[in-house]
Design a protein around this ligand. Structure first.
Ligand code: SAM
Length: 218
């Protein structure tokens, strides 16, 4: 079962480090340029979240909620902004993305912004966060979907967890940006596969963040 974590009303007034602002501004330009390209196939499933609000939510969760561990995974990391923000907040963060062109962009974000974000948050310069190309759905999770057209389905690539030597229940926090109508599917997967006590954070559209904790098994 999932228990909703009630988020404070004025999350969007929480301070954001200058480096995060600068990265978000830079990524907006890169994403716009990427989406304006006519000479490469468009990745229709890639839509950027409101990164400032995601940062404010993660920062609040980090400060106020008990965590069962330090591993963080971004499902469908795209340009990897959220993976980097989680890293700067002190999580051992990694991103999973099915599209190779987005993995390349994500790696560029890590190369260009990891040090600046860490410097602002006084995070030790260990290995930068890793981005993995593959499927974020654990093996068997597709069977939980009652609609075969959900955008998270049918990516064909193998779940990355066995390559990582980890399972979904090794992560304390999962972040996802589900498409409209797909939120319940992501919640179901999280409920089925995550460790009890782990937290799911979702960006569900403008001004809408949700957070859940996995409690007892359904
Ligand atoms: C709505 S975008 C969100 C991007 C980013 N997380 C953010 O918050 O800005 C969803 C991303 O998930 C990726 N994706 C969708 N299903 C996936 C799957 N099963 N495995 C890996 N990546 C997937 C898409 O390619 C896309 O980049």
């Amino acid at each position: 079962m999932l228990q909703s974590i009630s988020l404070p009303r004025h999350l969007d007034t929480r301070p954001i480090p200058a480096s995060v602002h600068a990265m978000v501004h830079d990524l907006r330009c890169r994403i716009e340029a990427f989406q304006d390209r006519w000479d490469i196939p468009q990745i229709e499933q890639f839509v950027a979240a409101d990164y400032q609000l995601v940062y404010q939510t993660l920062d609040w969760l980090r400060e106020s909620q008990l965590m069962i561990g330090n591993r963080f995974v971004e499902w469908g990391c795209g340009f990897a902004a959220v993976t980097l923000m989680a890293d700067a907040l002190g999580w051992e963060a990694l991103g999973i993305e099915s599209e190779s062109v987005l993995i390349e962009h994500g790696r560029r974000t890590v190369a260009d912004w990891c040090d600046a974000l860490r410097e602002d948050s006084a995070i030790a310069p260990l290995r930068p966060p890793e981005l993995w190309q593959g499927n974020f759905l654990p093996a068997g999770a597709e069977d939980l979907a009652d609609d075969p057209t959900l955008p998270s389905l049918g990516h064909g690539s193998e779940p990355v967890y066995h390559r990582l030597g980890l399972e979904l229940d090794d992560f304390a926090v999962v972040y996802s940006y589900p498409w409209p109508g797909e939120d319940e599917f992501h919640e179901q997967i999280f409920d089925q596969y995550a460790a009890r006590g782990a937290v799911l954070v979702q960006f569900c559209g403008p001004n809408e963040m949700r957070a859940w904790r996995a409690v007892s098994r359904a």
